[in-house]
Structures are given as C-alpha cells and as structure tokens.
Write a new protein. Structure first.
Length: 381
C-alpha cells in the first residue's frame, strides 16, 4: 500500500468512526417545496432533507468504491420503486424516500463487506455522550443549546406544547430527548445499541448508560422489546400478521371510549387500512401516508393527525401495497436465511418496538442504525 493510499485509508477509517459517533444527531437542511406542505402546514416527514450524516456517508462510500466493487441493485426492486414513484400521490416525496432506501442499502452493503470498519467503540462513546446530554436537559428543564443546537438538539422546555413530560412526586420533568425528535426514538436507538454491546461482551460503561437512558425515556415499547428479545424468531412473523390485522381490529375498537392518544392510534390504523384497500397493488407511494391521510375520512370525521401510523408493517402496507408487502416478506426471508443468528434478539427488539411506533421506517437516526445492524449480521458470510 502506497503512502497516499495508506493516508486515504486512515482518513476513511477515522471518518467512518466520526459518522458512527454522530449517528444520534439530526442536524439537517430541510427544503420546503409546495408538495411538502399539508393544508399549508410544514410536515417534517415529507420535506426532503440533507443530513450531516448523509454528507459524511457519501464521502465514506466514495472512498469505499476505490477498493471495492459494488454489485448492482436487484433489478426487480428498481422496477418496483419506479412504479411506486409513478403512481404515488406525490411522486416527489416517494422519489426522495426511495433514494433514502438506496442509501441504507449501500450502508448495509459497505458494513457487511468491509470488516475493518469499527462500529462498536465509537458507538459506545456516542451513547455515553448523548445520554449525558439527555440527563443535563432533564436536570435543567430545558435544552442546552449552543454547540448542541448544531448537533440537532431542538429548542424546548417543560412548558413547550406537545413535549413529552413525566410527573414524579408531584414534580414535572422532561423525558429524555437528547438530540432525538422523540423519547421513543431515543429508546429504540439505545435499545439496539445496548444489545450490540451485550453481543460483543464489552463496553460495560456504555451498557450502563444505555439502560439509564432507556429508563429516562419511559418508553414502554422499548422496555417490552428488551424483555421479549429472546423469544423464538418466528414470533416476528406473528407480529407482522397481527399488524396486518390491526386496521380491521381498530375499526371495532374505535367505538369504545379510550384516552385520546389511544383513539388516535386506532384512527391511524383504520386510515392505513383504507389506503391499502383503495391502492391495493402498489400503495399510495413511499412516505406518502400523511398525504393519503389528508384525503380520507375515518370515523365520520376528517383526520387531522399529521403523522404516520404507529406500526411499521401497517405503514409499509399502505405505502407500497400488496406487491410491496410480498417484496418486504421476500427480503425478510432472505435476511433470516443468511444472517448471523446471534443478531436475532436485536431483530426481535426492532420488530416489537416497530409494532408500536414508526421510527424504524421514518427517522434518520434509527434508519441508519437499522442498516448498520443488517450489515453487521451479514459479516460472517
């Protein structure tokens, strides 16, 4: 290896570790074209965005291609993506989401192929750092700002409308946010990180901080996911089947008087079922759920909930239709046929948390971590 090649490789390795450290961040530049608005309201999920982690990943992958040959994308997936984009409610939104799927595919491929890329150590440092930030926010009762704003920390305090709070001994505290958009997203990220640390049998400090961070999010879904992580693998397919039935079940549950947040989840499930039935083959288009939501009526009233359904399978079902579901099932089959079975508890955790939230399919930090886990699970091949 020449001196210049050696320096390039060192830069490549260090930049990848910086990328891993910055995974929890959400610093991005959002674009706001007319098609990213609903009723004139800006919706983050719909706006195309360039994240700092995207820029780092592009540079890393260019260097990776200098020494590695990239296999072509599956042609059948490319054809389906083109059809899904063309028939989507807003093709621009679907196009950008499919580009994100391509980015995740490349990240997983790179991690699987290049075993020299270090992930666990920088991830451990990152978990400790960003969990400490969350506890500082809880202590202060507001975000820190300054440098952390440039890492994607949003500005809020205990009086900000819509912020997640917890009441302990008659005193109100923030739930753990750090640089994540919601405590549940942070809990999912820390849960997968914790299981990776356990799998590698190291990083005790990072394990402790992961547990503390998850506890401070008060995320019931993440706690249940950790408790049931060692159940058999076929349980994942049972969860998928249950998710497919949720729109029908939720339609019956809407007639019962539940708290508003529970009722809203049922409304979103019913909406996903309506979208699937009206766009049976190819769905409403990737990332077009909220667009479809603005065009239908559920329970004799207009739906104003500008958010995705809180279930990954139901979200995929409504956005890519029956053909997309078959491709999704085929991809899972291929994954479970070839992956390192030591990673099964992590995939079970992702499946359980994906039953009650959408962040594994919608939010940057969780999507990148999911791609990393898939890539790592293929390294033994």
């Amino acid at each position: 290896m020449s001196l210049s090649a050696g320096k390039l490789n060192l830069f490549y390795q260090l930049l990848f570790q910086v990328f891993i450290f910055l995974l929890p961040t959400q610093l991005a530049y959002h674009f706001w074209p007319d098609w990213a608005l609903i009723y004139g309201i800006r919706v983050d999920y719909l706006a195309p965005a360039i994240y700092l982690t995207d820029i780092l990943l592009v540079i890393i992958f260019i260097i990776f291609l200098i020494n590695h040959k990239l296999k072509s994308f599956p042609w059948w997936l490319i054809i389906f993506a083109a059809i899904n984009i063309l028939i989507s409610l807003r093709w621009q939104i679907a196009l950008f989401k499919w580009l994100k799927i391509g980015e995740l595919f490349l990240l997983g491929y790179m991690v699987a192929k290049d075993k020299s890329l270090e992930i666990i150590k920088p991830l451990a440092v990152s978990v400790v750092f960003f969990t400490l930030l969350a506890f500082i926010q809880i202590y202060l009762g507001h975000t820190v700002g300054g440098l952390f704003y440039w890492l994607g920390e949003r500005t809020f305090n205990t009086t900000t409308p819509g912020i997640s709070l917890i009441n302990i001994f008659d005193k109100t505290y923030l739930k753990a946010y750090s640089t994540f958009s919601h405590p549940n997203s942070m809990a999912g990220f820390l849960g997968v990180s914790l299981l990776l640390f356990i799998l590698n049998k190291k990083n005790w400090v990072a394990r402790i901080f992961s547990v503390l961070g998850i506890s401070a999010t008060f995320s019931l879904g993440a706690i249940i996911g950790l408790v049931f992580r060692k159940i058999p693998g076929y349980f994942i397919f049972l969860l998928i089947l249950m998710s497919l039935l949720m729109p029908v079940i939720s339609l019956q549950l809407l007639n019962i008087n539940y708290p508003e947040n529970i009722t809203n989840r049922f409304v979103l499930f019913v909406a996903s079922g309506e979208m699937f039935s009206s766009h049976f083959l190819f769905g409403v288009g990737l990332n077009n759920f909220i667009v479809g939501l603005s065009q239908i009526t559920v329970n004799a009233k207009r739906v104003w909930l500008l958010q995705p359904v809180h279930n990954v399978v139901s979200l995929i079902m409504s956005e890519v239709g029956l053909v997309g579901l078959i491709i999704f099932a085929f991809g899972l089959f291929k994954l479970f046929k070839r992956f390192d079975t030591r990673y099964l508890p992590i995939f079970v955790f992702i499946a359980v948390t994906g039953m009650v939230d959408h962040y594994w399919f919608t939010l940057q930090q969780n999507l990148l971590l999911l791609a990393l886990v898939v890539g790592l699970s293929f390294r033994h091949k």
